[in-house]
Structure formats: C-alpha cells, structure tokens
Write a protein that binds this ligand. Sequence first.
Ligand code: FRU
Length: 495
Amino acid sequence: MEQGTKPVYTLAEAREFIEANRERVDGTYRNQYHLIPPVGWMNDPNGFIYYQGEYHLFYQFYPYDSKWGPMHWGHAKTKDLIHWEELPTALAPDEPYDQDGCFSGSAIEKDGKLYLMYTGHRIENGVVYQTQCIAVSEDGINFEKYAANPVIDEKRMGEYGNIHDFRDPKVIKKDDSYYSIIASKTEDDRGLILLYQSDDLYEWKFFSVLLEGTHDQGVMWECPDLFHLNGKDVLIMSPIEINPRGVEFHNTSSTVAFIGQMDWETGSFAVENDHEIDFGLDFYAPQTTRDSAGRQVMIAWMQMWGRTLPTDLLGHKWAGSMTLARELWVENNRLYQKPISDVYQSLKIIEKQTNLVIENEVRKYHSISTNNRYYQLTLGVSQADAFQVYLAKNKLGGLVLDFDKETNQLTFSRKDFGHPITGSEPSQLTERTVILNGNKIELEIFMDTSSVEIFVNQEKTMTFTFYEETLEPNLYIEAKGILEVPLLEIGCVQV
Ligand code: FRU
C-alpha cells in the first residue's frame, strides 16, 4: 500500500501479504470444512461457477485486517464443495474506477474463458459512485480487467436507480443473450432490481425494471440472483432493514426468496410468494450456480452486518466464513434447501441408534469430535409436550434447540454461550424461531468449529456462528412427556 492521498492496492502486494501473514492467524475458531479466508476479512460469496470440472468461488476479501476494508476478490476452488483449495487473490482495487473496492459480482463462461462482472466502488469528495466492470481470464486464475471499464456507468445505467447504490451484478445467459441483474434503490429508499442486456458481455444496455420493492421490504436490496427451477422463476436477494413479519426477518439485514414468473418480453418479475431464506442469525448475500449435474447450488456468507465479531475483537487476524453448499429446489411456491449430497461421501457416522424413547428425562450422547460434529435426528412429538436438544453446554447457557408443542415453535439459542456478540438490532438477538407442523421433526445438524447449520424437515434452515473454546463432546436430549426418537445418528465430516 503506497502512502499518498489515497492508498493504492495491488494484487502482488496482497499475495505477498498473505504469504507473510498466514502463519500468524490464530486457529482457535477456524472452521474445518467451510471456506474461510487465509488471513483477513471475508464477506459475500462472488463469482460462484462450475468451470472446467471444478467449482470456483470468489469472495469479498480484505487481506490486511480482520475488519471490512477496500475490497479485493479472494478465490478458491473445489471438486466436492467440502475440500477447498486456496487460489491467488483474483482482483485488487487498483484502477481509478474501483479504487475503493471491487464489490460483489458474479462469473460466467464464454468461449472457454471465465468472465467476472463486479462493481467498481469509488469515493470522490465523500460521494460514492458504483459502476459495473468486467475482468477476463483464460486460465481461471489470472484475471485482466477490461481496458474500457466500466461497462455500465452513469451514462448507460438508464433513468431508474441510483449511481450511488448500484451494485452486485449477477450475469446469466438466456437464449443468445446475456443479462445482468443489478441491485439499486428508488429515490424514496425502496429496493430496486434493474435488468441489463448484452450480446457480448462488453456492450450493455438498460432493459427493464425487474422488480421494485415496497417500503416494508427494506431500504436497499443487495446481491440479487435469478434462476429457473422446477417450473418457477426464483429471485433471491438480501434486503437491508426489511420489516419483521412473524418469525421472519429479525436481523438488520435479511435474505428473501421471491418465487414467481419472469416475463422475458417485458423484463418484469411477477411475485407469487416470498419468504425468508434462512432462519438463523448468520446468513447473508447467498449466491447460486447451476452445476454440470443440473443442481442449483447455493452458498452464503455465514456472518451478519452490524454485529461484533469475536475473531476480530480477540485479534485473531481473520473473520468470516461461507456456509455449507446447499442444493435448492422449489415446491409449493417455496424454496427448499438440503445439504449438498457430496458431503455424505465425507461423513463418518460413529453411532446410530434407532427407536429410542425419552420420557421426562435427560439423555446424554457422545461424539468423538468436539468441534466438527454431525447429528441426524428424527423426533416424534405426538406424545411430547416439549423437548430441548443441547448441542453444547456451559455453566451459563448452551447451543440449544427448544421445541414447544403448544405453539409448534422450534427455537435455536446461543444465549450466554461463548464470546458475546452484540448487534445493531433494537434488542440483542440471541435466538431465532421457526414454526413447524406435523408430529415428526427431522433435523440434520452440521457443526464446525464456530458454526452450526440446522436443516429442519429439509425445508427450513437455521444458520448460526458461536465462539466458545471449550466444548465437551456431548449431546443432551431432554423431553417433557414422551419423545420418540426413531433415528439418532452421530458423526463428523472428515477433512
Ligand atoms: C453485501 C454488500 C454488497 C457489496 C459488498 C461490499 O454484503 O454490501 O452489496 O457489494 O457487500 O463488500
């Protein structure tokens, strides 16, 4: 970084810094089978693509601190979405049009080359300008920024939206055309998704307003993605300050799936249903890709804006993680998620029990691993009033799933467990809830060193981080009434 009026970042310097500092990172809370940065800060997944036989994932990256800073694009690849290989940093904010950050974007393959479309973020006299830029690679590792960047700027953005909040392009191909879906906002602070069209990825023109939000739906929409799945069109995005609705949307920034129909003649999206994508505390900016097996795979940033981050406060020199990859499908106008099937190849089951009955008591089960654990639980609640499943316990609290039959609510809490995490929400959020129906509850739980992802009835997910150093390798199930447990599996993900 040169010391001048403005710092000038270079790729070479970022790569050197990573090599010189990777050993200085504190490993205490580093996840084992989720993608995390080698050093420094990570946020949104970017450029998720299946390219030349491997999945590539880029991410918002600031190598120099465990806090957000001028964004680079970190890069990793994987064959199975579990074991990740780090690749050299792909983009640095080294051009006048992106000097304050290479913000989020996406990837697409054309004629064997890998194209990235990202947002150039620059601040002039205290005012933010966001434009869309292209970088191209022949080997999937080294990228060259297009000489005529930006490809969509104030002149080409059209009459809608706002150049100061105009970001996160997701490029898709439809028939012989390329489209880019870009987030912006209206003058009166409502979310707006704009659609652009191109024949060659370099020349872009405004096509339409794809969707415009209401005042209830947040002040800005970030990171949109659009795909066709099971006969429906799905638009996902991350709204800032969307209003809470029942048990949904309690974080400062949320994620939402709009299910409906896309009209490609007019470029508008007709919404038939919408719902929150994940019911946890740490899930944001999800991005999807369609792989060679036809799966729509989603990965999100497993953190939340506006919260304190223990690895930063503790000086561990890194922060942020991606979720497990999840496969999506649409049924009854809802978006469903299941763990990516590849994870089962790496799963080691150490104990399997069937047809347990737990009646007004607490049972304790052991795992061999303290901080990488997998549980599968089927629970029959027709004769149970309530149950609690403790994934971990300490003197004050625990990581606990709490079910109440009367309300059919399943709540996950990290209250008083591990390093405190405080946030900008009106009241300190330490738990989230989902509402279930039926007498059978199927849970699949993936715990890594500092994260828990709970798949509930292969429908809803709850994603949380936690930072507690000393975990005992036990699972406790407590029942009020008669809890049937047709299946309990305990294992871990082999890395
Ligand atoms: C979402 C986001 C994006 C932006 C990026 C900057 O988390 O705010 O809208 O491109 O992060 O790092």
